[in-house]
Design a protein around this ligand. Structure first.
Ligand code: ADP
Ligand code: MG
Length: 229
């Protein structure tokens, strides 16, 4: 369902092009729980931004459910992105002035869903992540783990086919991290594809498959030859 082919990404630094991603090839099937693991600065977030259509590669192809994500109109691609991908970030990215319920409703407002339906859908997903009782709380009154649950509920509310999580446990203690990873495992069992970026080996072990990234290249094994096929 997710297919990256010959992805290169570089940034301009003065007159120089600095390569960040170098010939990335990756296929992720529907229903997989994949961890992408690598050290700081290896290109994880750059790769996540491309997978999430938040950024475009310098060259290469990206197909999501057989749709070429690099050629269509921006509005069309934005719609696919909103419908297909749920984002989860290390630092939650919740709106501080809004309640948990309102934060979860945000993607539905963008999708033009009516208030009554929004409320019901948001309640359902908050219930799913175990936070029904905290719906009226603002982020500042929630623990880190609860904030991440709200963010996961928000990611789920459009019923995405996959969740893209960038260091989702990076700001959480070990016990809370495990609870969040258990939630991912549960969601994955229900059929949601999960792509989780991490620099933590123990976190990566919760996924079914780990892909390693080092210096902008992917590896099937932690050591060995990069994947160029
Ligand atoms: P990671 O998430 O694995 O820590 P990143 O993908 O954030 O790594 O960054 C990979 C490399 O790309 C780093 O060397 C970083 O400095 C560089 N980089 C990331 N974004 C930009 C940018 N917008 N402009 C220039 N360099 C960037
Ligand atoms: Mg990063």
């Amino acid at each position: 369902m997710i297919k990256l082919t010959k992805i290169f990404k570089s940034y301009k630094l003065g007159k120089e092009e600095v390569p960040i991603l170098k010939d990335i090839n990756l296929t992720i099937e529907k229903g997989e729980f994949v961890a992408i693991m690598g050290p700081s600065g290896s290109g994880k977030s750059t790769l996540m931004n491309i997978l999430g259509c938040l950024d475009k590669p310098t060259s290469g192809d990206y197909a999501l459910d057989a749709v070429n994500m690099l050629v269509g109109k921006d509005s069309f691609l934005a719609e696919i992105r909103n419908r297909s991908i749920g984002f989860v970030f290390q630092t939650f990215h919740l709106m501080p002035r809004l309640t948990a319920q309102q934060n979860v409703e945000m993607p539905l407002i963008y999708s033009g869903i009516k208030k009554k339906v929004r409320r019901e859908k948001a309640k359902d997903v908050l219930d799913k992540v175990g936070l029904a009782e905290r719906a009226s709380f603002k982020p500042s009154s929630l623990s880190g783990g609860q904030k991440q649950r709200v963010a996961i509920a928000r990611a789920l509310v459009n019923e995405p086919s996959f969740i893209l999580a960038d260091e989702p446990t990076g700001a959480l203690d070990t016990k809370t991290s495990e609870q969040i990873l258990d939630l991912f495992t549960e969601l994955n069992k229900e059929g949601i594809t999960i792509v989780m970026i991490t620099h933590d080996k123990e976190v990566a072990e919760k996924a079914d498959r780990t892909i390693y990234i080092r210096d902008g290249q992917l590896f099937v094994e932690e050591k060995g030859e990069p994947v160029h096929a």
